[in-house]
Design a protein around this ligand. Structure first.
Ligand code: HEM
Ligand SMILES: *[C@@H]1O[C@H](CO)[C@@H](O)[C@H](O)[C@H]1NC(C)=O
Ligand SMILES: *[C@@H]1O[C@H](CO)[C@@H](O)[C@H](O)[C@H]1NC(C)=O
Length: 328
């Protein structure tokens, strides 16, 4: 497929999603109300909530830059299982946190710290699900990514099961599997490709990719879709499963569209990243995003807003936890 036709597909898709999920002003009331969330949700009960959260996020990231990526990922893992309901934060026996898929999640201390201050300033008011949503947005912005507005009013779930968390994609799925997973959350092909761009920052434990670089084929060879120089680099860096390597090997700490360019160079770290370029359904979008940093930047916020509304609990559903790591 030529560049111009892939671009026009991408532009068409962007147009299409912006009609559905564009600026709230343009939408009739019945569409803005339908998610049960509200821009002014805490205006009377905790007007400083967003300010308190963003200050804390700034503070933590200034001490440890790598937390930015971890906090963004934490929100994805929350929304991926039982919707954005704070279920990933609970640390009771058998909760999502204890799933294999959660093994390298970090940033829980940040959430607990923010929650403690919010409980002090506005007790029993701001849900952990809302905190995590705002934290992911602020963390992304703090490390140079886009900013987007949010609506609030999510309630915290009362269930968190490790076995369910094993359903979060971990990098060995097929593109069809990823598309179906995203579709089951109301997220499109475009959302899948754009949100995968979060892998422009952050790191991956070597344990997650050793199968690709040492013993992928029945003859004990590496995954043939990996660039040979990159493979050589990975084979030297990832001898120990407990080591880490950057998801975007070229600009690991910059929130940019180089992640997509890497895929064109056969330098995707996860198999699920690399396959997005090879697949005829997602490949044209990868090309378009690689060529247009601004497109990625813009659309990332739009897709994150959609992610933050996946299967949310509102109104009488759920609860507002007083501690994010424990049900009330
Ligand atoms: C499309 C399916 C996805 C798959 C298969 C996937 C898989 C992974 C894997 C395997 C890791 C490394 C885990 C390890 O340490 O071994 C990772 C890290 C990460 N993921 Fe994803 N992910 C996906 C989608 C997303 C989405 C939608 C986001 C956010 C919007 C995201 C954000 C991140 C970030 C920021 C990191 C780095 C975390 C850190 O440095 O602590 N991922 N992902
Ligand atoms: C859960 O997290 C809290 C806060 O970090 C900690 O005090 C508590 O010991 C943890 N509980 C378990 C079962 O790990
Ligand atoms: C490579 O994988 C095959 C099949 O998955 C397995 O039988 C073999 O023991 C592995 N070799 C090494 C060196 O891990």
């Amino acid at each position: 497929m030529g560049l111009s036709s892939s671009l026009s597909i991408a532009i068409f898709l962007l147009y299409f999603t912006s009609v559905l999920a564009g600026p709230d002003k343009k939408k009739p009331d019945y569409l803005t109300q339908i998610d049960g969330l509200d821009t002014d949700y805490y205006r009377k009960t905790c007007p400083k909530a967003e300010e308190i959260i963003s200050k804390k996020v700034k503070h933590w990231i200034s001490k440890d830059y790598t937390l930015g990526a971890s906090l963004l990922r934490l929100h994805f893992h929350d929304c991926a299982i039982r919707g954005c309901d704070g279920s990933v934060l609970v640390n009771t026996t058998g909760s999502e946190r204890y799933a294999k898929a959660s093994k390298t999640l970090r940033g829980f201390d940040v959430i607990d710290d923010i929650k403690a201050e919010l409980e002090d300033k506005c007790p029993k008011t701001v849900s952990c699900a809302d905190i995590l949503t705002a934290v992911a947005r602020d963390a992304t912005h703090e490390i140079g990514g886009p900013y987007w507005s949010l609506k609030y009013g999510r309630k915290d779930g009362r269930k968190s099961l490790a076995e369910e968390a094993e359903g979060v994609p971990m990098g060995r799925e097929s593109v069809t599997g990823l598309i179906q997973f995203f579709q089951s959350k109301g997220l499109t092909l475009l959302d899948l490709v754009v949100l995968s761009g979060a892998h422009t920052i952050g790191r991956c434990s070597c344990g997650s990719i050793q199968y690709r670089i040492y013993n992928y084929t029945e003859y004990g060879l590496a995954d043939p879709s990996i660039d040979l120089k990159f493979l050589n680099f990975l084979q030297r860096k990832c001898r120990q499963a407990s080591e880490y390597t950057e998801l975007d090997a070229v600009t690991p700490t910059i929130f940019d569209s180089v992640y997509y360019k890497n895929l064109q160079q056969r330098m995707g770290l996860l198999s699920t990243d690399q396959m997005l370029y090879a697949d005829s359904r997602t490949g044209p979008l990868v090309k378009a995003l690689a060529a247009q940093h601004n497109l990625f930047y813009q659309q990332f916020g739009v897709s994150m807003k959609k992610l933050s509304k996946v299967q949310v609990l509102t109104g009488d559903e759920g609860e507002v936890r007083t501690k994010c790591f424990a049900f009330n």
